[in-house]
Design a protein around this ligand. Sequence first.
Ligand SMILES: NC(=O)c1ccc[n+]([C@@H]2O[C@H](COP(=O)([O-])OP(=O)(O)OC[C@H]3O[C@@H](n4cnc5c(N)ncnc54)[C@H](O)[C@@H]3O)[C@@H](O)[C@H]2O)c1
Length: 320
Amino acid sequence: MTILVFGGLGHVGSWITHDLVSRGTDVAVFDLGARAFDRMDYDYLTPLRDRIHLEAVDVLDTHALYDRMRAYDIEAVIFGVAVISGPEFQLRPFRNIQINTVGLLNVIEACRVLGVPKFVNMSSGAVYGDHPGDQTEDLPYKATDLYSGTKIANEVLALQYGETYGMDVRNARLFAIYGPGKRPSQMNALYQVLFGPLEGMTGMSTPSGADQIFDWTHVRDSAKGVIDILDADDVAGESFNISCGTAFRHSDILQQVRELIGYDPHVTMGPGKFLNRGAPLNIGKAERLIGFTPRFGDIREGLADYQRWLNPATTDRGAT
Ligand SMILES: NC(=O)c1ccc[n+]([C@@H]2O[C@H](COP(=O)([O-])OP(=O)(O)OC[C@H]3O[C@@H](n4cnc5c(N)ncnc54)[C@H](O)[C@@H]3O)[C@@H](O)[C@H]2O)c1
């Protein structure tokens, strides 16, 4: 039996793939980026390369999707293909909404037709919009931008597929993710200002964001949470918040980063919020029902781990 990880070469997906393969699970990665695997920066996945089935499938290409999914005896599907949140999302709305939402529809419909028993949807705390903190799973949905609209649509579609066709569907609501696997220099302006100095970047700025409070979560904890949801018994139809559980002011994160690198990287962040979101996610339900515990609840440890991964020549590379 095989677990299919859609988006299994993405930031979170690559760690899900790593952790599942490391424990002996048979994994097929369905990701448009699969042909470029050898040019990727995934030092943690490379040693496992021979144990991963790689499928360069576009989730919008239904013919290829059915053709390649039929090749496996599928135990579960984890869906993590997305164009992620950020100011760039609205620059190509039709394309990005299709990838997120038609992409999920194509995959969950294939799961229905092929009789896949379990579907885990990687969702987002963006489904709470700008609700001001301590967001619990029973709050009503609130979209505050196009991206959050796609994540709400996906949750509703996935849960209704579950209800209508008796499928076991689970939602993992992830939140602002940092850590090994993504270089700040490849990311959006907010991510670069906060984490770029760990990679040696200097002089970046954003017009806003200093007063935003986010529960930034180390990617290994996000991946672990998704696997905990996958493994749990009797949670069909449930949604779980997965984050570090503690909110940090961006200006405080900048200070932590300065202390870690030991010099001033000359970054500036204007006042107010960068994204129209509240925080933090309340992770009590995940702690109680699926035993989720973040390893990097203290962001200083998470930042130090990230710094080690970004600078293997000067530090012992992290992410063990
Ligand atoms: N990164 C965050 O801060 C964050 C926060 C909350 C929720 N999430 C959610 O978590 C999930 C994973 O996010 P991530 O940060 O790992 O994203 P990512 O951008 O790193 O990974 C997405 C993957 O999808 C693949 N992909 C894109 N279009 C495709 C297509 N048409 N067909 C097949 N594959 C395609 C890409 O190659 C990439 O490997 C997403 O659902 C995202 O919405 C992420």
